[in-house]
Design a protein around this ligand. Structure first.
Ligand code: C2E
Ligand code: CA
Ligand code: CA
Ligand code: CA
Length: 274
């Protein structure tokens, strides 16, 4: 901070001001998108690695923008997370997922559970979680058809609080996955205490798995730790047959990724079911 001229401060202020304006503008656009019902849910199936039997699917949101087309959640989830809007959108996601499941059940399909991603902001608000449970409860679908995905970093943020939330979820019959496993810092004693069911091995480890023996050893260690803790593993972002084969050889349980299917609209999922 030595030797910074007055102008530099002015420049910094201006830039910050611009960023705040941009952010506020984007927030207003997202708020309008909520009102226009522009968010849609894609579903990405995941399968048993060895038998290749359909096991579940993950709900992944997209923004269907009337002028820009389909917008990736990477572009707007972080903005939603910085405001209260993530909760509004979170409830929309749950409502849409529940509706899809009901449609699939009505059509007579053998429906598999759907995983819903929860942001830290959602997790920390007990009333919001109650709203989520209520929407699912009122829908009449069985809670066992819903799984929640909680990132490793948000689960470890306040472990005692997370433990309470997770115990409540489990008592209601929901399954829990730890998302992006390996990218945060887990305390093994808490991994053992958490009433979780699945570890999702982060895509970055899957990418590196076939590139070096270190990469493979890391994935093997994650799978072994999970199994020691009586958890099942879901490998994210599997694109190649060699990755599938190595994961099967290492004893991984479930496979998600472009190798099988990309995230798809509900309509496309009907083709998988029928
Ligand atoms: P995530 O939960 O880690 O989701 C996995 C991401 O990997 C998805 O990106 C998926 O499309 C992508 N993916 C799946 N298979 C492959 C593959 O074989 N190769 C590659 N390269 N990528 C693959 P997507 O759909 O863009 O979602 C990004 C993130 O946005 C998600 O990461 C999640 O953190 C967040 N997100 C998505 N939907 C929701 C939601 O409804 N609520 C919340 N809170 N967050 C969401
Ligand atoms: Ca996820
Ligand atoms: Ca993930
Ligand atoms: Ca991720």
């Amino acid at each position: 901070l030595i030797n910074i001229k007055k102008n530099d401060y002015a420049f910094f202020d201006q830039k910050m001001n611009q960023e705040i304006k941009q952010f506020t503008k984007m927030e207003a656009k997202l708020d309008q998108a909520i009102k226009n019902d522009e968010f849609i849910i894609y579903y990405q199936p995941y399968y048993r690695g060895v038998s290749k039997e359909l096991y579940g699917m993950e709900a992944l949101i997209r923004w269907q923008n009337p002028t820009k087309g389909l917008i990736s959640p990477a572009e707007f989830i972080p903005i939603l997370e910085n405001s209260q809007l993530i909760k509004k959108v979170g409830l929309i996601v749950v409502k849409k997922v529940v509706k899809s499941i009901k449609n699939w059940l009505d059509a007579g399909y053998k429906v598999v559970p759907v995983s819903i991603n929860l942001s830290a902001r959602q997790l920390e608000d007990n009333n919001h979680l109650k709203d989520i449970y209520q929407i699912i409860g009122e829908s009449g679908i069985d809670n066992s058809l819903i799984k929640f995905e909680i990132t490793e970093s948000s689960a470890m943020d306040d472990v005692n609080y997370s433990l309470k939330v997770m115990n409540k979820m489990k008592a209601k019959g929901f399954s829990i996955s730890i998302d992006d496993f390996g990218t945060g810092y887990s305390s093994f004693s808490y991994l053992q205490k958490f009433p979780i069911d699945y570890l999702k091995i982060d895509i970055s480890f899957i990418r590196n798995m076939t590139l070096s023996s270190d990469g493979k050893n890391i994935v093997e260690s994650i799978i072994n730790i999970a199994h020691l803790l009586n958890l099942k593993t879901i490998a994210e972002g599997v694109e190649k047959e060699i990755e599938l084969n190595e994961l099967n050889q290492l004893g991984n349980d479930f496979i998600q990724g472009y190798y099988f299917n990309p995230p798809m609209p509900a309509r496309e999922i009907e083709k998988i079911y029928s």
